[in-house]
Design a protein around this ligand. Structure first.
Ligand code: P6P
Length: 345
């Protein structure tokens, strides 16, 4: 069959996958999800344009405030957050939101229509890299609201395990802007063609390569790691310690960039628990869970070391978790090392 000269747009792909979902579940395809995904893409295009302009415009530099994480807020963070909130509020498909930049749930007040999805997002992850031109990204997770006929959304619509997600994805702003998403039926990547303003299918059915050739961790934190983490990292670094060893080190310090590289090339990313606090740095709702959903549907896995990330019942919008994510066999090896430490073997 001759090759189509028109690429597969994100909208078309989402519509086709929604029709397939409807066929599987007997639901009537309403097109809500594909419209919602399209609005996320609109916000992504607006943010991408601003990120690419940042070096030229006077948008760099600190906005002079700190967010819930106590981190200085860069102006682009604020811009990205406000763009997503505004675009999603008026989409008619969202009833409640959570953002890394906002302490409390973000409602969808009248006259906006409260749709059937609850969304959590990190509007601009890796923002400390903005002014050194390193890839940064938007991460999002999408739940169907609990009460299909409710009016306003509630925090409860967001505080659910990642295993119940309807979809998740991220947009990475770099040499090109890519949107990667999954609804649980494969992981698909779309590259923005700025000449027509469309995200076109460029990576269909992404699966994490068999070989786990890279480990990605901030070794500057090694003194804060548990012995199990220290032993695991020593193992994967060792030149010839058998399976899952002799890995290269790659660490960008931008979660979306590190995750995206490992998704396409194979690898394991670790932001482990701090031995003192037992806490990780990364956030469950809008960083760990959406990426764990993507990893799972690309054949990978994500764990805290003790529990699968997708099984964790969130106890708050900004809950931190340890995150070990990437090739399934490497993450499972980490879990065994943690298990051995617990059993003292
Ligand atoms: P560290 C960026 O600030 C971020 O939230 C993630 O994007 C990244 O993976 C992590 O923090 C980097 O943290 O402590 O290594 O600088």
């Amino acid at each position: 069959m001759e090759k189509s000269q028109v690429g597969t747009t994100l909208t078309h792909h989402a519509l086709v996958s929604q029709r397939a979902h409807a066929k599987r579940t007997g639901e009537q395809p309403a097109g809500d999800f594909s419209e919602l995904l399209n609005q996320i893409a609109v916000a992504g295009k607006i943010i991408s344009a601003e990120v690419n302009m940042a070096g030229l415009a006077d948008i760099l530099g600190v906005a002079g405030r700190t967010n819930v994480q106590g981190e200085e807020v860069m102006k682009l963070d604020v811009f990205a957050n406000n763009t997503l909130v505004e675009v999603l509020r008026r989409s008619g498909h969202v009833c409640i939101m959570a953002s890394e930049e906002v302490d409390d749930p973000i409602d969808v007040p009248a006259p906006h229509y409260p749709g059937k999805y609850a969304i959590a997002f990190d509007p601009l992850d890796g923002s400390s890299n903005i002014d050194v031109n390193v890839n940064i990204g938007t991460i999002f997770s999408i739940h169907r609201r609990r009460d299909p006929y409710g009016t306003r959304g509630k925090a409860d619509d967001l505080l659910r395990p990642g295993s119940e997600l309807a979809a998740a994805g991220y947009i990475i702003y770099g040499s090109s802007t890519m949107l990667v998403y999954s609804t649980g039926h494969g992981v698909h990547g779309f590259t923005l063609d700025p000449s027509i303003g469309e995200f076109l299918l460029s990576h269909e059915d992404i699966t994490i390569p068999e070989k786990c050739g890279t480990y990605s961790v901030n070794e500057g934190n090694s003194s804060k790691w548990t012995p199990a983490t220290q032993k695991f990292v020593e193992h994967v670094k060792a030149p010839d310690a058998g399976a899952l060893s002799g890995m290269k080190s790659r660490y960008i310090g931008s979660l979306v960039a590190d995750f995206h590289r490992n998704l396409l090339k194979g690898g394991i990313f670790l932001y482990p628990a701090d031995a003192e606090t037992g806490e990780g740095k990364l956030r469950l709702l809008y960083e760990a869970a959406p990426l764990a959903f993507i990893a799972k549907h690309a054949g990978g896995y994500a764990s805290t070391g003790h529990d699968a990330i997708l099984d964790i019942e969130p106890d708050g919008l900004h809950q931190r978790v340890p995150l070990i994510i990437g090739n399934r066999d490497a993450v499972e090896l980490y879990e065994r090392r943690v298990g051995d430490e617990k059993s003292g073997s």
